[in-house]
Design a protein around this ligand. Structure first.
Ligand code: GDP
Ligand code: IMO
Ligand code: MG
Length: 449
């Protein structure tokens, strides 16, 4: 065993996917950063600037939103795939702040010409829709979005006639025509929503926006590419590819806790359309699991702890959003939800993160079933009403008081910590390959190495 992710042997499959198996913020950034050492190309395929992936290297902490975490490793090619929704000023800001921190960002970052563009009306619509729903149906009906315009942008992608893609930013005359036409429709839509929400809105000036976004297009042009073609060429050249999932599987638009989800395919299922990859090429799928549950925003969290244990998890785990700074809701680990998401992500191994945060709790609990009315089930329900009323059936496990953040080998962990990890892998039926005991690269235990 070693304290860092050792190079994989030639026998292991060359391409790897990293997906979060809960409601986001599982620690994907840390694992992508570690695995980047052993891959040539890192690809984001879903979501947008709603994601916040933290990477700690020495005394520096980086928060990445749109740029793959592979940018922090020299010599890697980083692709923002067609399935990502890109906010140009935010992306330019992220690139500038990475450069200011001494990170090289040039031809090592490529952006799909087919990616959809988040525009100011998407952010306005995001906020107005939340307010309109709250006004019509109460606060609990709010999704609690990140306000980054993600849902409205993906909606326009599906609507088609009101969408703008990165390739459109590179044609100023065409962009002007499109934005003038779309602005008229969007202004009517925003006015209607603003009226319902009882809030003001900012009228969109298509002309001015066209000039602004053509300038963003010009600034991004050196990075714009057919990323799917680059991906296929890299694979044909024998390069190893790492796919970095945004958000978490339980926020998946098809398989998550709908409607309290995001608007993209967040499981590994999203890789194929979102990067332009036919199925069957990825042999290693690492499911990232926080040792407990967190959720930011609205929607049910069956194991939520509104007590001292929840406060312990929030404080020790520094559970405040990387993107919005909101406090995250905390609870016991939910194996019902985890088994569902591990299956849908095709996880071949699990990485259990933030195990150190559990140290000092007198006893641990883990949810194995849901009690809904007089039924006890071990399936993640489709109806949000079921999930909202589900009472967790909890199994008690011994806690561990010793700090484990200095442990570097599996054998160094207290027996109770090892038993806790054992319960996870037995229930989910997928081996735990990696245990993380702190945010830093070295605070990582690899089993069987
Ligand atoms: P992501 O969105 O899945 O990449 O996760 P975030 O970066 O939003 O949130 C995970 C947080 O946990 C970050 O602040 C990480 O630095 C931190 N982190 C990652 N692994 C560990 C760990 O094992 N222990 C502790 N205490 N913190 C960790
Ligand atoms: P990473 O990649 C945690 C949540 C929001 C909200 C819901 C919908 O850092 O794990 P959206 O703005 O996407 O329409 O919001 O999804 N959400 C996340 N929560 N981590 C994320 O990303 C998230 N991305 C979206 O809080 O509840
Ligand atoms: Mg995050």
């Amino acid at each position: 065993m070693s304290s860092s992710l050792a190079p994989r042997s030639a026998a292991l499959p060359p391409h790897t996917a990293v997906t979060g198996l809960q409601w986001g913020d599982e620690g994907k950034g840390k694992i992508v950063d570690l695995l980047a050492a052993d891959h040539d190309v890192i690809v984001r395929y879903n979501g947008g600037a709603n994601a916040g992936h933290s990477v700690v290297i020495g005394d520096r902490r980086y928060a990445l939103h749109l740029v793959p975490c592979g940018i922090l490793t020299a010599g890697r090619l980083n692709l923002i795939g067609n399935g990502v929704v890109v906010d140009p000023p935010l992306l330019l800001e992220e690139i500038a702040s990475l450069r200011a921190a001494g990170v090289t960002v040039d031809q090592n970052l490529r952006l799909s010409e087919r990616a959809h563009v988040v525009l100011p009306w998407h952010k306005q619509a995001d906020a107005l829709m939340e307010a309109a729903m709250a006004a019509a149906a109460g606060e609990a009906s709010k999704i609690g979005t990140t306000g980054r315009g993600i849902g409205p942008c993906y909606a326009d992608k599906a609507i088609r006639s009101t969408a703008i893609r990165v390739v459109d930013l590179l044609d100023p005359a065409g962009l002007r025509l499109k934005l003038r036409r779309i602005a008229a429709v969007k202004n009517a839509m925003l006015a209607g929503l603003a009226n319902l929400a009882g809030m003001p809105f900012e009228t969109i000036d298509g002309e001015a926006l066209a000039a602004e976004y053509a300038a963003h297009g010009a600034a991004l042009a050196p990075h714009v590419a057919d990323t799917a073609a680059l991906l296929h060429e890299a694979m044909a050249d024998g390069k190893r590819v790492l796919f970095e999932g945004g958000n978490g599987a339980l926020l998946d638009v098809d398989h998550g806790s709908y409607p309290f989800v995001t608007s993209s395919s967040t499981t590994s299922l999203g890789i194929y359309p979102g990067a332009g990859l036919p199925g069957g090429r990825i042999g290693r799928l690492v499911g990232i699991v926080k040792a407990y549950s967190t959720r930011v925003g609205g929607g049910p969290l069956p194991t939520e702890l509104d007590n001292a244990v929840g406060a312990h998890l929030r404080e020790r785990g520094r559970e405040f959003g990387t993107t919005t700074g909101r406090p995250r809701r905390c609870g016991w680990l939910d194996l019902v939800a985890l088994k569902h998401s591990a299956r849908l992500s095709g996880a071949t191994e699990l990485a259990v993160m933030l195990l150190d945060v559990l140290a000092g709790l007198e006893g641990l609990q883990i949810c194995t079933h849901y009690r809904i009315g007089d039924r006890v089930i071990d399936r993640f329900p489709a109806a949000i009403e079921d999930l909202a009323t589900a009472q967790p059936v909890l199994v008690k496990l011994p806690g561990f008081s010793a700090e484990i953040s200095a442990c570097r080998r599996w054998e160094d962990l207290p027996a109770a910590a090892r038993a806790y990890v054992g319960v996870i892998e037995n229930y989910v039926g997928v081996p735990v390959s990696t245990v993380s005991v702190g945010p830093e690269r070295g605070q990582t235990l690899m089993r069987g190495r």
